[in-house]
Design a protein around this ligand. Sequence first.
Ligand SMILES: [Ca+2]
Length: 362
Amino acid sequence: MSVLRVGCMTLVICALVACQRQKATDAGATDPHAAHKIPSSSAEATRRAPALNDTPAPGPPPAGMVWVPGGEFWMGCDTCGMPDATPVHLVSVRAFWMDAAPVTNEEFDAFVKATHYITVAERRPDPKDFPGVPAEKLVPGSVVFTPPAHPVSLDDYSQWWSYVPGADWRHPDGPRSSLKGLERHPVVHVGWDDAMAYAKWAGKRLPTEAEFEFAARGGLDRNMYPWGNELAPGGKPPANIWEGHFPDTNSRLDGYFKTSPVTAFPANRYGLYDVGGNVWQWCADWYRPDYYSTFTDPNTPARDPRGPDSSFDPDEPSAAKRVTRGGSFLCSGEYCSRYLVGSRGKAEVSSGSSNLGFRLVK
Ligand SMILES: [Ca+2]
């Protein structure tokens, strides 16, 4: 327990610094494909086209879910400038049903009404888990995007992330905010355990990282984005991302400053919405940056990989982190770029934020 709460403890003790660490998932390389031709790697020429299954759906779709037929795909990205997404390797996944969109606020509300579940962000931190921290500092809350009005160094995440007491899934921007008008937006401020509790109630499970990427690719081969190889076809990205100078200026070219309704943008070829942009989504796998390098022969398909046995992030060695996928409304071609379909995210399991939600499979 104490290990799992390290990130949260850090937030309580030193909120801004912790935000910096917690949101490291948004940091990293720029999108090398945003404005110019996609480079190819030397390995690319030797890769065979993977085989997709034509497994028919076993029956009518469960409500809100779509059939993902499974098959082989090249997982990862070796032209993204993101070492944890390399090397690209062949993976096969079995067919599954997947939520067409991230779980919405109104869906999460139904779960809470049925179960009286209390999310991690709503719980008062247990003093036993935070020795030495004054009781008055142990207040429920979560990490909220709070953009500055002027340009800041992109090395200092505390300039746009704040730990806000009283922020939770019902109050996404803090205690004075509400879900009015956000009913069909993705639920946010949910930790990994919160997503698991919802999954148990719904009779579903979190996707593996491999399942998420296979589904997000929509049957395309080595595509850069869920919708193809061009970030902004026709000049407009078909997803909710950040447009403008991050984090102080957002042109809202896509119409949204923060989250958007989960079906506001076109679905990919499997009928999946928001597999790139809007909110990050929890996966089942532990996060390790070197996991892909454990596949010794990248040309032999890894069958339904389920991630490493434990978590390790050298950026924050004591924190337990799970994989997140999809990028968020904060990702742009200049910053984060993790709407790139082969890129990866990570988050400390007990810490939600205003750009992190989930979807489920079965
Ligand atoms: Ca946007």
